[in-house]
Design a protein around this ligand. Structure first.
Ligand code: SAM
Length: 287
């Protein structure tokens, strides 16, 4: 079969179920099966190469799964975050591009610490933020906490495969207080992208609704249950003058800033993401 015909069928199928990135997704799935880059695929498209039957069948099977709204990243097994390639699949939250900016704020704060900086990533998921911190600030010591046992195999693989020395604790940040023993008052930077969607606000995207773990999405009635825990834990962990940054929903900037103010944080700032939406709040622990 000709590549152009295969891709055109795939794009049409994906567009017919409402996938906005239909053409790109079709190309990425074909490139994945052919083990080439998307750029190389596009040059094959230009010369209108023939595709072997076996490869065409594999590509069409992936088009079918994607049309059933299985996330692209679950089909290829990979997600990109800053300069990392992370393994993802069922049981682990797929890292999002907007979180890269949240990680950037934590990285800048960590780089500003003289000597040996210590960071903690609460609710680490695939390990995206923690591993970015550990690899981009290589002289830092990074700890990561995660509750979901289904995320653990992905997380451990990602830590090992990216050559980072992130220290992982599988624990519930809401209840496992003893696990923080030894780090209280010693940490320079706490970062978190906790679950923050209100329980009633089920996401419309089927990829998210059906394939991201519920534990990663929902934060109780107002979405703030784990955010409240993060604020308290960060106050325990940080040194006086230490830096906290959290990701939140675009509607929650003021809510999070108010929570931090009532918990006694200072220098509270709301930051926007690249699309201009409120996306994160940072604060400093009082001296
Ligand atoms: C929105 S995901 C973020 C994952 C990752 N930090 C990222 O940015 O891609 C939230 C993560 O918090 C974890 N989580 C939820 N409740 C938790 C708790 N009580 N203790 C520790 N982790 C928790 C979920 O399992 C999920 O992996």
């Amino acid at each position: 079969m000709q590549l152009s015909e295969l891709l055109s069928r795939g794009s049409k199928l994906l567009a017919s179920v409402g996938i906005e990135s239909a053409e790109v997704d079709a190309q990425l799935l074909a490139a994945f099966v052919l083990e080439i880059s998307r750029g190389e695929l596009q040059s094959k498209l230009f010369t209108n190469d023939e595709i072997a039957d076996d490869a065409a069948r594999k590509i069409e099977a992936l088009f079918q799964s994607r049309s059933e709204r299985v996330p692209l990243q679950h089909l290829t097994g990979e997600a990109y975050f800053r300069n990392l390639t992370l393994s993802v699949g069922p049981g682990v939250f797929i890292p999002r591009p907007e979180t890269e900016g949240v990680a950037e704020l934590a990285i800048q704060a960590l780089r500003a610490v003289p000597a040996l900086p210590i960071a903690v990533d609460l609710c680490t998921g695939s390990g995206a933020i923690a591993i970015a911190l550990a690899t981009e600030v290589p002289h830092s010591k990074v700890y990561a906490w995660e509750l979901n046992p289904d995320s653990e195999p992905w997380l451990r693989n990602n830590i090992a495969n990216n050559g980072s020395a992130v220290e992982l604790v599988m624990a519930d940040i809401a209840n496992d207080h003893q696990l923080f023993a030894g780090l209280e008052g010693k940490v320079d930077v706490v970062v978190s992208n906790p679950p923050y969607i209100p329980a009633w606000a089920v996401p419309k995207d089927l990829e998210v609704q059906l394939h991201d773990p519920d534990l990663a999405l929902y934060g109780g009635e107002d979405g703030m249950d784990i955010m409240r825990v993060v604020s308290k834990r960060a106050l325990q962990l940080l040194k006086p003058g230490g830096f906290l940054v959290v990701e939140h929903a675009e509607t929650q900037g003021q809510l999070v800033a108010d929570l931090f103010a009532s918990d006694g944080w200072r220098s509270i700032s709301i930051h926007k993401d690249l699309t201009g939406r409120d996306r994160s709040v940072s604060a400093i622990k009082s001296l």
